[in-house]
Design a protein around this ligand. Structure first.
Ligand code: UDP
Ligand code: MG
Length: 149
C-alpha cells in the first residue's frame, strides 16, 4: 500500500495542533503506521530539505525546523501521497484553501505547520531518513473493510 512521510513542524507542536492534524488525517481514512517525536539536528534538517540548499529561505528554514520538537509520521492509504498534499493545502498559507490544514491553521509561508512528501520518490527517501523498516507497522483496522475494498 502507498505510504507517505508527514511531519508536524515545531510551530504545529508548540501551538498544540498535533492532535487536530492527526485527527484530520485519521478522519479522512488514512492509516497511521509509524510515529515518533524528535528534535532535528542540523545534519538531518539539511538532508530533509536537501532540494532547497542554496535558496534564500534555506538558513531560516533550517533554524526553524531545528528549533523545537517535531512529530514525524508515516501514513498509508490509496493515493495517500497526493491526498495528504491536498489536505495540507498550498505551501503559502495565504493561498491555501479554507478547508485545508494550512488554510485553517496558518498565515505565513515560513510557519506552515505541516510537511508532507511531494512525490513517491520523496516519500521513499523521507520515510527512510526517519524510520527503520521495522518501525513501520502493518496492521488491520476494523474499519478497513469500510474504507478500502
Ligand atoms: N519555505 C519558506 N519560504 C519560501 C518557500 C518555502 O519558508 O519562500 C519553507 C516552507 O516552510 C515550506 C518549506 O520551506 O513548507 C519547503 O518548501 P517547499 O517548496 O518544499 O514546500 P512544501 O513542500 O512544504 O509545500
Ligand atoms: Mg516540499
Amino acid at each position: 500500500m502507498e505510504k507517505t512521510f508527514v511531519m508536524v513542524k515545531p510551530d504545529g507542536v508548540m501551538r498544540q495542533l498535533t492532535g487536530k492534524i492527526i485527527g484530520y488525517l485519521e478522519q479522512k481514512g488514512f492509516k497511521l503506521v509509524a510515529l515518533k517525536m524528535l528534535i532535528l539536528d542540523q545534519a538531518l534538517a539539511e538532508q530533509h530539505y536537501a532540494e532547497h540548499v542554496g535558496k534564500s529561505f534555506f538558513p531560516g528554514l533550517v533554524d526553524f525546523i531545528t528549533s523545537g520538537p517535531v512529530v514525524a509520521m508515516v501514513w498509508e492509504g490509496p493515493g495517500v501521497i497526493k491526498g495528504v498534499r491536498e489536505l495540507m493545502g498550498a505551501t503559502n498559507p495565504a493561498e491555501a484553501l479554507p478547508g485545508t490544514i494550512r488554510g485553517q491553521f496558518a498565515v505565513a509561508i515560513s510557519r506552515n505547520v505541516i510537511h508532507g512528501s511531494d512525490s513517491p520518490v520523496s516519500a521513499e527517501r523521507e520515510i527512510a531518513l526517519y524510520f527503520k523498516p521495522e518501525e513501520i507497522l502493518a496492521y488491520t483496522r476494523p474499519t478497513d473493510i469500510w474504507l478500502v475494498e
